[in-house]
Write a protein of this length. Structure first.
Length: 260
């Protein structure tokens, strides 16, 4: 009984020591205090200033190692000491463009901001959160940040869908001449999408989009949505309802000429 009791006490002591160690680790890795806009303005890299920082979506990074770019006289010196998130997408380095507002930006521009944020995370030291549009005085995300993150997440989904559709329906090659008109044709690398098939030209109608671009469509094997199916019509994606055949062209021709 004593041995058992001793083992219980040793186990309890070990658990308490583990808990204490975990507390110390959390304390040691606690986030830096939030940075005010006034404090951030002191980090523009000028002589006598304490360092060189910039912020993106409210996250502050030490960019001292990129001084030739962000320091005084550098091509991106306008980013120093402030959150100029919008300029990362718009390319507007004027005072009106070097702001943190992202209202009205397109999904592609939001993806650009997302890409830049990944770049800074991978290449520069994070030093805190900027109090303002995206983080409050406690360093907690604001509603504005949650909205931007949701919009970026939606843009990433749209990009994934677009990438998948380009793999399924790569763009055609095309050329125009006044004598012959427009020629569309497919190859195993048309649209910059290398693949093991050439395909045949078709118009692709996308809901909500104007026009119907020429795409290359697999004409044999199972449909894209059923890659492993053994029961199919061996027509690839030709039966996709979004596709329209070019008038006057053979259904299985790899090229089609539309006269002027």
């Amino acid at each position: 009984r004593c041995a058992c009791r001793g083992a219980m006490w040793r186990g309890a002591a070990a658990a308490l020591l583990g808990l204490a160690a975990a507390c110390l680790l959390r304390r040691g890795s606690s986030p830096a205090p939030p940075v005010s806009a006034a404090e951030l303005r002191r980090y523009r890299g000028a002589p006598g200033e304490p360092g060189l920082y910039l912020a993106l979506l409210g996250r502050v990074f030490n960019v001292e190692r990129g001084r030739k770019h962000y320091g005084p006289g550098g091509a991106y010196s306008g980013f120093a000491g402030r959150d100029a998130t919008r300029a990362f997408a718009s390319g507007d380095f004027s005072p009106a463009g070097l702001v943190d507002s992202v209202s009205g930006l397109s999904p592609a521009e939001l993806l650009s901001i997302h890409s830049w944020l990944s770049f800074y995370r991978d290449n520069y030291e994070p030093v805190g959160k900027l109090v303002g549009r995206f983080y409050d005085e406690n360093g907690e995300p604001t509603a504005a940040l949650r909205e931007v993150e949701a919009a970026i997440e939606e843009a990433l989904k749209l990009q994934a869908e677009s990438d998948q559709q380009q793999q399924q329906f790569p763009p055609c090659n095309s050329e125009w001449s006044s004598a012959k008109g427009t020629r569309f044709w497919c190859s195993r690398e048309s649209g910059g999408v290398p693949r093991g098939w050439a395909g045949v030209p078709r118009r692709l109608h996308r809901p909500g989009s104007q026009g119907a671009p020429c795409v290359c469509v697999r004409s044999s094997g199972p449909p894209w949505s059923q890659p492993g199916s053994s029961r199919h019509r061996d027509r690839g994606d030709l039966d996709d309802p979004r596709l329209q055949q070019y008038e006057g062209c053979h259904p299985l021709a790899e090229q089609c000429v539309l006269p002027t």
